[in-house]
Design a protein around this ligand. Structure first.
Ligand SMILES: [Zn+2]
Length: 262
């Protein structure tokens, strides 16, 4: 009996592994993408309904322009590698929200939100591409699914994961908020792991380079954030930045520059 359970467990885990684009890392994925999408869309709609969208036409146009350029580069790359099917659940949306919070995120499925508070740190379109490239990378690499898989496996004992997540309880919503990076609103913060951060940095650099933004502007952005660490609690608490991280970013630069066309 024990042997049968072990064999079942191994086959579930093998089946539950996916491969991260660009890096080739194997990741745990116990939850269907459809469930993650349903849950994240719920969070996104709640958020957008209560958010105060910016009326700054120039800034809004910039967010859309940079976001669309990155999304187009992603589509081109996936198409030329025969992987368009992996983007079928992506329906890009770009929003600029009035807030002093220094924050930005990309939900699973490509729902992008930028807070006006982060624009003083991004400064240029290249700077904004650093943030959006990084956030889109989290979405493409399905870090939310991996985080949910890990969290739910711990919290709910790994039984009936999809069922547990679809019951819309407050606990589930809070877990979703924490996982999708909206935790600041509900007081539950789940920082990205160092592994996910570095992976999003690496993929983000490639994405911005593919879209024609200079990846060499990225370290300066993170240095600006680090210099104001205590004053930028939201983004900073989920995206800790330090000398080591910036060093890692530099080590990814040659790879990103291969994709860079001015
Ligand atoms: Zn991140």
């Amino acid at each position: 009996m024990k042997r049968i359970i072990a064999i079942l467990l191994i086959s579930v885990l093998m089946f539950a592994c996916k491969t991260v684009p660009f890096t080739g890392r194997k990741q745990l994925s116990l939850i269907s993408n459809q469930t993650v999408l349903t849950l994240s869309l719920q969070q996104y709609n709640d958020f957008i309904h209560s958010a105060q969208l910016s009326n700054d036409a120039n800034a809004k146009a910039m967010v859309t322009r940079v976001g669309q350029r990155l999304a187009a580069a992603v589509s081109t790359y996936y198409r030329s590698n025969g992987k368009s099917a992996e983007l079928k659940n992506f329906s890009w949306e770009f929003n600029l929200v009035n807030s002093t919070q220094v924050n930005a995120f990309c939900m699973p499925g490509g729902k992008i939100v930028v807070y006006t508070g982060i624009l003083q740190y991004t400064q240029t379109e290249d700077g904004l591409a650093v943030v959006l490239g990084h956030e889109i990378a989290h979405a493409l690499a399905q870090h939310a699914n991996e985080r949910l898989s890990q969290q739910v496996a711990v919290q709910l004992g790994g039984i009936g994961l999809d069922v547990a997540l679809s019951n819309k309880s407050q606990e589930t919503r809070n877990l979703g908020a924490a996982v999708f990076g909206l935790g600041a609103q509900v007081g539950v913060l789940l920082p990205f792991s160092r592994k996910h951060e570095l992976e999003a940095d690496r993929i983000g650099l490639i994405l911005m380079a593919m879209a024609g933004y200079n990846p060499q502007t990225a370290p300066a952005f993170w240095q600006r954030m680090a210099a104001n660490g205590t004053k930028t609690p939201e983004f900073f608490s989920t995206h800790p930045s330090d000398a080591n991280r910036i060093k890692q970013l530099q080590s990814c630069m040659p790879e990103a520059l291969r994709y860079y066309k001015k």
